[in-house]
Design a protein around this ligand. Structure first.
Ligand SMILES: [Cu+2]
Length: 297
């Protein structure tokens, strides 16, 4: 009984975690799936993973397991003392070549579709797959209104609102600073300056790394974004977030001693809040601009 209660008590935070996860923007305790999506690309990724890949993988694992069990039971030395001596069977060899090819084709169709979506910045005309990955594209995404250049540095991120001519750096908050300034934000993910963008707006990201630096990768799971940040090269990606909130990511290319301590935080706000933020940031004063935003979540 005691053990049962303990187990139930252990489960409570897991269930609470699952509840919290709906809006978190970061991983939560007990989470087993992908982080919730707020963009059309992440919708595609989640459906591709949960609806195609997991089923395919599970079926293959069960098939191989069944074959192994049959071999162990029927063809062990005791059950089958005199083994057959043939080594080839044309039919089965053709089958075990053709069937995996068919499986790969079924996986490849949505996979290439999602990849093309990720790599094609919206122009307002092109349709995106969204959560229907076997369609020919149904989701409308407006052309980008905002271009942000993201630079991976050793070991932090710097951002430039290209058209507004504003730039700022984004550093991890120390534990003491986080507790003092942003106690509700997650440890090791909270940063001093979030990248602030408006909701329901397509944002073009140009991703690179400092010319004297190393390779990083810019990733935000809730957006379905992961792009290498390479010195001397400008990679492009985009997102269009439909929910306000703070979405976190981490450098995803092993880049050196503080690889684990250069988190990414994107704050998606209402358009009016974004405009107030931009107006206050006009003089390059990020502290004043941050002050315009509602109290930290
Ligand atoms: Cu890095």
């Amino acid at each position: 009984m005691g053990a049962l209660l303990a187990a139930a008590a252990g489960l409570a935070p897991v269930l609470a975690g699952a509840q919290e996860q709906a809006t978190a923007g970061h991983p939560v305790p007990g989470q087993i799936g992908l982080q919730p999506s707020v963009t059309p690309i992440m919708d595609s990724i989640i459906v591709f993973h949960d609806g195609v890949l997991m089923w395919t993988i599970s079926a293959i694992v069960l098939l191989v397991l069944a074959l192994l069990v049959i071999v162990m039971v029927r063809f062990n030395a005791r059950a089958n003392p005199v083994p057959a001596r043939f080594t080839h069977n044309t039919l089965i060899e053709v089958a075990w070549t053709v069937v995996p090819i068919l499986v790969l084709i079924v996986i490849a169709i949505p996979s290439f579709g999602v990849l093309a979506d990720q790599m094609t910045t919206p122009d307002g005309e092109r349709r995106y797959l969204g959560s229907n990955i076997f369609s020919f594209g149904e989701v409308e995404v407006p052309a980008p209104e905002l271009t942000v250049k993201v630079t991976g540095e050793q070991w932090f991120w710097s951002y430039e609102y290209v058209d507004e001519g504003l730039r700022f750096d984004q550093y991890i908050l120390s534990e003491a600073d986080r507790e003092a300034q942003k106690p509700n934000q997650p440890r090791l993910l909270a940063v001093d300056n979030e990248l602030v963008v408006p909701v329901d707006t397509t944002v073009r990201l140009l991703v690179t790394a400092a010319p004297t630096g190393v390779i990083h990768a810019f990733a935000v799971p809730s957006f379905g974004i992961k792009v290498d940040a390479v010195p001397g090269r400008l990679n492009e990606t985009w997102f269009n977030a439909r929910e306000t909130g703070i979405y976190y990511g981490q450098c995803s290319e092993l880049c050196g001693k503080d690889h684990a301590f250069m988190p990414i935080a994107v704050r998606v706000v209402e358009r009016t809040e974004y405009e107030a933020f931009m107006a206050a940031a006009e003089g390059g004063d990020y502290t004043a601009a941050n002050a315009t935003l509602a109290a930290v979540q």
